[in-house]
Ligand binder design. Structure first.
Ligand code: TMP
Length: 212
């Protein structure tokens, strides 16, 4: 089973991702956790280039291809082999981030992005995508106060982050069976409880179809 976390910057997605992975481990599931960009040695090197705030000269096409290159390596080296061994793979961001950030955020052609993404992933789509929803203003102020990594995309204008959020809402509408929206403007524990319930249900569903 392949689970992804998506959401605007400052949605608390990474915290929730770690809590879910720890819970799945404790429950005895074979689980691997990973992230994008990154997830492999090559991918982490690409991540450094992508997120370096000094790389202000980066062209939008370069950006797309670097995210996609990291993803291609991630799928081939890490995700597909783990899924083939029957593991649960949980990734902090995946291909939907390219559609939300480069597609809706940078307003690049969505059809082209979908084609590049299909090429990079060989068509691998998550079974479940947890979308942590927060307003762009709240997300950005959390990022500033949080004191974590401040990357090239955090530095974009508020309108960019507003388009990213609206883009995520579009993506949810297009594939409502795959996505679950989680209100991220709440205390951590309540959000995590909802996420565990959703994932638990999905695991039960998968178990049942295998028993049939
Ligand atoms: P994060 O690790 O803090 O989630 O940061 C990843 C950043 O990279 C975030 O600003 C979103 C951005 N991103 C894209 O723009 N496109 C992509 O395809 C991916 C995976 C991430």
């Amino acid at each position: 089973m392949f689970i992804t976390f998506e959401g605007p910057d400052g949605s608390g997605k990474t915290t929730q991702f770690h809590l879910l992975v720890t819970w799945l481990h404790k429950k005895g599931y074979p689980v691997i956790s990973t992230r994008e960009p990154g997830g492999t040695d090559i991918g982490e090197q690409i991540r450094d280039v992508l997120h370096n705030p000094q790389n202000t000269a980066m062209d939008a096409r370069t950006e797309i291809l670097l995210y996609s290159a990291s993803r291609a390596q991630h799928v081939a080296q890490h995700i597909r082999p783990a899924l083939a061994q029957g593991k649960i793979v949980v990734s902090d961001r995946y291909a939907d981030s390219t559609l939300a950030y480069q597609g809706y955020g940078r307003q690049l052609d969505l059809e082209t992005l979908r084609q590049i993404t299909t090429f990079a992933t060989g068509g691998l789509v998550p079974d479940l995508t947890l979308y942590l929803d927060i307003s762009a203003q709240k997300g950005l102020s959390r990022r500033r106060l949080g004191g974590g990594e401040w990357n090239r995309l955090d530095a974009e204008a508020l309108e960019f982050h507003q388009r990213v959020r609206a883009g995520y809402h579009e993506l949810v509408k297009q594939e409502p069976d795959r996505w679950v929206i989680v209100d991220a403007a709440r205390p951590i524990e309540g959000i995590q409880a909802e996420i565990r319930a959703t994932v638990g249900e999905k695991l039960e569903q998968i178990k049942k179809t295998r028993d049939l």
